[in-house]
Design a protein around this ligand. Structure first.
Ligand SMILES: C[S@@+](CC[C@H](N)C(=O)[O-])C[C@H]1O[C@@H](n2cnc3c(N)ncnc32)[C@H](O)[C@@H]1O
Length: 208
């Protein structure tokens, strides 16, 4: 039995971890360093994991809706909200489900954030790893399965002057990503990059 008691501090927030939930890593911190949040903005974070990104946004005064498919992530996010409630100038609402199915009709956002499962993964590589934990990294055979599903639905939920941010790993096929962005007429800029061992992580910013 593994312990659920691990935690760390970030920006004075206490972030509790869970062994079935993605532990904030270089990709998480790259997003945290890149996204500028203003008071009262409406933010959607898909795949919130421990909730660290959503908590920082709410700490800065944003109205946040965050989600995950992993029930252990939802449990961890709720625990982290409760423990840090007194530091949140804004608000966070937590929803459970797949991508945009948790968004109500006509809800739109100033900022949408997704650190998706982005690694190309084979069945072999998932052997012995719990189904819920695998959701944090398994991007399918090309690494882009979940990212492409996300991009196909994104436009309906972003305000006209809104921005979306997501992570891309150089271990998956760049041509496939850029072809998808082109076919969906999504304008993009790579706003930050970080080399981590054998891959380069990039933050894509999407706007209309
Ligand atoms: C790489 S982790 C990122 C976690 C957290 N945002 C962070 O940056 O530390 C990806 C997260 O997306 C969630 N996820 C995977 N597929 C999803 C989907 N289709 N809809 C919603 N969440 C999903 C996973 O459960 C996991 O928590």
């Amino acid at each position: 039995m593994q312990s659920n008691e691990k935690s760390f501090h970030y920006n004075s927030l206490k972030i509790n971890l869970h062994y079935e939930v993605y532990e904030p890593s270089e990709d998480t911190f790259l997003l945290l360093d890149s996204i500028i949040v203003e008071n009262d903005q409406n933010i959607l974070e898909i795949g919130a994991g421990t909730g660290i990104i959503s908590l920082v946004c709410a700490q800065k005064g944003a109205q946040v809706i965050c989600s995950d498919v992993n029930p252990y992530a939802i449990e961890t996010i709720n625990k982290n909200i409760k423990e840090n409630q007194n530091q949140l100038k804004g608000s966070i609402e937590v929803r459970t489900g797949d991508l945009f199915e948790i968004v109500e009709e006509k809800e739109t956002f100033d900022i949408i954030i997704f650190n998706p499962p982005y690694l190309p993964t084979t069945k072999e590589e998932k052997k012995g790893i719990s189904e819920w934990y695998a959701k944090s990294f398994d991007g399918g055979p090309m690494g882009l399965t979940v990212t492409i599903k996300f991009l196909k639905q994104l436009k309906s939920y972003l305000k006209k002057d809104g921005k979306a941010f997501f992570i891309y790993s150089s271990l998956s096929k760049k041509e496939q990503l850029e072809q998808t962005l082109k076919s969906l007429s999504l304008k993009y800029t790579i706003i930050k990059q970080l080399r981590c061992d054998d891959e380069i992580l990039s933050i894509y910013q999407i706007s209309f």
